[in-house]
Design a protein around this ligand. Structure first.
Ligand code: SLL
Length: 175
């Protein structure tokens, strides 16, 4: 196992969420314990080469050549708040009523010999333009929000590997 001293290699990712307001028809299909839910959302880690507001997955967006697992830690109001995703797309979809901080833990293939990387994403449900007062807690008018369409909140980041193992480096550059 040879480390390449002085070498740095990085992979660009995006992480974040999309959210849409539930229609009355969708709400009617929710179980009784979820009747107060207002939104459907997806939180994800994707390649920065992908298009965040599309449904395109796999292909160029497949990060599984170096990512083994993405764990999404949801708010404790959710059943089984720890969601492990072991293959692409690295995402979790849920319904809910509130925004909260999602802890995202990214772990790498064994070959990498790298520690898990944690990032944090504030799950965003409400359009910026409807938050009249900064830090406002009350939910904006759902009809107005529905007209504005899906909310997107994505962050760009780079996963940096310093002194990578030669074999891991070879896997990275082969993609
Ligand atoms: C608050 N920051 O303290 C928020 C927490 C939690 C949202 C929001 C699902 C709940 C369920 C859900 O939307 N939780 O499935 O019962 O106000």
């Amino acid at each position: 196992r040879v480390r390449m001293r002085g070498v740095t290699i990085h992979r660009p990712i995006i992480y974040g969420n999309t959210a849409v307001v539930l229609t009355p028809e969708e709400k009617a299909l929710l179980p009784p314990n979820k009747q107060e839910h207002t939104h459907r959302w997806t939180v994800a880690v994707r390649s920065a080469a992908s298009v965040p507001d599309s449904d395109i997955v796999g292909g160029a967006d497949d990060l599984s050549y170096f990512i083994k697992r993405v764990s999404f830690k949801l708010h404790d109001t959710y059943q089984n708040p720890n969601r492990n995703v072991d293959k692409p797309p690295f995402e979790v979809s849920e319904t809910g009523w509130g925004e909260f901080e999602v802890t995202i833990r990214i772990s790498f293939i064994t070959e990498a010999g790298e520690k898990t990387v944690s990032v944090f994403h504030h799950l965003k449900l409400h359009p910026w333009s409807l938050l009249v007062n900064p830090g406002e807690l009350a939910d904006p008018n759902p009809e107005a929000a529905a007209k504005l369409g899906p909310v997107h909140s994505w962050q760009y980041d780079e996963i940096v590997f310093n002194d990578p193992f030669q074999s891991f480096y070879n896997i990275l550059i082969a993609h």
